[in-house]
Design a protein around this ligand. Structure first.
Ligand code: F6R
Length: 263
């Protein structure tokens, strides 16, 4: 796992956006369109703004880009401002001027959620797999909505949100009672299949989860620790989120001595 500790949340966003942009440009240079995996929540919003700035400055061409969101609440109308359909449309599809038919979000209103999950996996496979997957991390170490004790080989499926996640996400709703109890989420195995994974986190509230993910054991108690198994996972965090890591100086040393040819 590569760990980049940035001096500010703005720098986290800039590094993450440039890393995603590099993947999109590399695919474009061989005549292909990239597949970009999207996270919601607060963590990736700066990255999306930085990507939109690149698009608006004509420094990044996202024509033909296909996107797959990580997860969606079950039972929230897509018109609800906190449904991930609505959040992705507002934070990604519109500002990056993407073709909405190429932006996919799990169907939390499906009458047959299990079939919808299988169809989502099939759609990712049909698109050629995800080139670069952006993820955040929950305070309990979840990625996507893969809560503690999730199978590290899981695929897209129906999950029950933990009380901690519902409490954390209550800030987006009128009250905790309004936070859905269920979701559809890509599995940890699905995330591990992405060719590149970028995890972004900011703030001291994520410090315990970040330390457990990077320096703790591989365990389903911290689902994000599964990224230790990934061949190309980069963690981009600010100093506050890094504050409980033991090897901070070592990560800074690696970042400062990264050879220019290493992406
Ligand atoms: C959202 C998602 C979640 C969030 C995590 C952190 O699509 O999959 O794993 O990334 O809950 O949320 P924030 O960024 O709001 O702290």
């Amino acid at each position: 796992m590569r760990v980049i500790i940035a001096d500010s949340a703005a720098e986290v966003a800039e590094i993450a956006a440039n890393t995603v942009a590099a993947v999109i440009r590399a695919k474009r240079s061989v005549g292909q369109n990239a597949v970009f995996g999207l996270a919601t929540g607060s963590s990736p919003m700066g990255t999306y703004r930085a990507l939109a700035a690149l698009v608006n400055a004509d420094e990044l061409d996202v024509d033909g880009l296909t996107c797959f969101a990580l997860d969606e609440y079950v039972g929230l109308e897509y018109s609800h401002p906190e449904s991930y359909h609505a959040v992705i449309a507002q934070a990604v599809t519109t500002p990056l001027r993407l073709d909405p038919s190429r932006v996919h979000v799990p169907d939390g209103l499906a009458s047959d959620p299990l079939a919808a999950c299988d169809a989502y996996e099939a759609a990712i496979a049909a698109a050629g797999g995800i080139d670069v997957q952006l993820v955040g991390i929950g305070t309990n170490g979840h990625i996507g909505f893969n809560e503690p004790t999730s199978s590290l080989m899981s695929r897209t499926r129906f999950k029950t949100l933990s009380p901690q996640t519902r409490a954390d996400n209550a800030r987006f709703f009128d009250s905790i009672d309004a936070v859905p109890k269920h979701c559809l989420t890509q599995g940890i195995g699905t995330v591990l299949d992405a060719r590149k994974v970028i995890l972004v986190a900011q703030g001291a509230g994520k410090a315990d989860a970040i330390a457990a993910m990077i320096e703790g054991p591989l365990t389903s108690m911290c689902p994000a620790s599964a990224l230790q198994l990934h061949r190309d996972a980069t963690v981009i965090i600010d100093r506050e989120a890094a504050s409980k890591l033991q090897l901070t100086e070592y990560y800074d040393y690696i970042t400062q001595n990264q050879p220019p040819h290493v992406p």
